[in-house]
Design a protein around this ligand. Structure first.
Ligand SMILES: Cc1ncc(COP(=O)(O)O)c(C=O)c1O
Length: 460
């Protein structure tokens, strides 16, 4: 592609994206299609000879767009709703064009230093202590994997050379994200050594049971090495009592990793900073700007007060990557699995500067406000009930009917293409989840979706 063509198609793509974001409400949130529909329509083999860009862009619109689930849609309320904000999209375009690799400080100083600066800013916004070292991974799942690897390094530094010795046990709640257990499996801790502590009525980890379980494990000769509470659990957004759990971690010498992947961003709002109470005592914490900080997927921010342990767990420098030692030249490849690293900090920088803390706080406050308003409507309605508290912007509720009726209701709403909700199971019952987090969402979107739910309930 010559430079002039690149310029032309670049303009076309930006024009398309601008129209897409402006007209997003005209798209069905979920595509009306069956598994395999798109794959069957596309050629079975890649072309031997290059095709014109016009044809590729036309096929993008004709075939790919109708098969999209529109995560940028203001009525996307499933899982945790997210947004690719415009400043973030622009930065992603620049990052793709620059194509730099931040494995070493030297391989791209701007990438490394901007990552340090933006994560420092975000740390300040969340009220976390200055000694927290920040690093960007792709997802919270990978951040948590690194946390547990560092925890194992602290508990048993020989693991690196000898392999797992056994006896290490980790603790999380029965409502923790599956990434915690997956990481335990991957690191060879073993599912038998992952304790899922029961929760109280508000779905928070029970500290009394945590303490008893740890004591029983210690009596059996096991070594508690890692405790992982969650601030904003996936099913209900409950907040584990991190401060009390930090006491337990200190008593038994375990690494404390806080999974604040979803909820942590709320701490950017000054009056909500208490949601991270106790987190400053953690060894590590993860928060996902790609969840509620309007950052295009993907960007997970990982913080640790023990970077030297994380480094011990992962550093392995072949001669061809050796560079001069300089305390200010961080080589991020030493702090994780990946060698090559994308320029993710650029989008965070654009977003933090474009909106400022107040701009972000205003959006988060609005989302929480809508959630409270909807929760109040559900509470008053005779045919519906709230299934969990609403500390953030996720509402868990159900129709006062059978699980099958709730399933049918969800299917009716989602197949309308007008909104997308997801579900969970709480206390054995099928529950609807409506998560507000897209920056374009207005109260009318929430209200209309609530109307849809009520109409669907009448028909079930
Ligand atoms: C509490 C929590 N932790 C971790 C994750 C995993 O996030 P990621 O997709 O970034 O791996 C999620 C995803 O929803 C989550 O809700």
């Amino acid at each position: 592609m010559n430079n002039e063509e690149f310029r032309q198609y670049g303009h076309d793509v930006v024009d398309w994206l601008a129209a897409y974001l402006k007209d997003i409400r005209q798209y069905p949130v979920l595509p009306a299609m069956q598994p395999g529909d798109l794959a069957d329509r596309l050629p079975a083999h890649a072309p031997d000879f290059g095709e014109p860009m016009d044809a590729i862009l036309e096929d993008f619109q004709r075939s790919i767009v109708p098969a999209l689930t529109h995560w940028n849609h203001p009525r996307f309320f499933a899982y945790f709703a997210i947004s690719a904000s415009e400043p973030g999209i622009l930065a992603e375009m620049l990052a793709a064009g620059l194509n730099v690799n931040g494995m070493l400080w030297k391989s791209c100083p701007a990438l490394t230093e901007l990552e340090q600066v933006t994560l420092g800013w975000l740390r300040q916004w969340m009220g976390l202590p200055e000694e927290f070292f920040g690093i960007i991974y792709d997802t919270a799942s990978v951040s948590t994997l690194h946390a547990i690897a560092a925890a194992r390094e602290m508990a048993d530094p020989e693991t690196r050379t000898r392999g797992n010795s056994g006896g290490l046990v980790m603790y999380t709640s029965e409502h923790a994200h599956s990434s915690v257990e997956k990481a335990g499996i991957m690191l060879g801790i073993g599912q038998d050594n992952i304790r899922k502590i029961p929760v109280d009525q508000a779905f928070r980890m029970r500290v009394d049971v945590l303490r008893e379980t740890i004591a029983a494990d210690q009596r059996a000769g096991k070594r508690p090495f890692c405790i992982i509470p969650t601030v904003g659990t996936t099913s209900t957004s409950s907040i584990d009592p991190v401060d009390a759990i930090a006491d337990v971690a200190e008593e038994c010498g375990a690494w404390l990793h806080v999974d604040a992947a979803y909820g942590g961003v709320a701490a950017v709002v000054p009056e909500l900073q208490s949601i991270l109470n106790g987190a400053s005592r953690a060894h590590s914490l993860v928060v996902n700007p790609h969840k509620w900080l309007f950052t295009p997927f993907d960007l997970s921010a990982f913080y640790t007060r023990k970077p030297e342990i994380l480094r011990q767990a992962f550093a392995l420098v072949p001669e061809y990557l050796r560079t001069a030692e300089d305390p200010r030249a961080v080589n991020y490849m030493d702090y994780g699995v990946q060698l090559g690293r994308r320029f993710r900090a650029l989008k965070l920088w654009f977003i933090m500067r474009h909106y400022g803390r107040e701009g972000i706080a205003e959006l988060v406050r609005a989302h929480i406000g809508y959630a409270q308003r909807l929760a109040a409507l559900i509470r008053e309605h005779p045919d519906f009930e709230l299934s969990a508290p609403t500390p953030f912007s996720l509402i868990c509720f159900r129709y006062r009917g059978s699980d099958d009726e709730n399933r049918a209701l969800l299917e009716a709403v989602n197949s309308s293409g007008k909104a997308f909700l997801s579900h969970t199971v709480l206390n054995g019952k099928f529950v609807l989840r409506l998560a507000i987090g897209n920056m374009a969402t207005q109260w009318e979107d929430v209200e209309e979706t609530w109307n849809l739910v009520r109409q669907a309930a009448k028909r079930t």
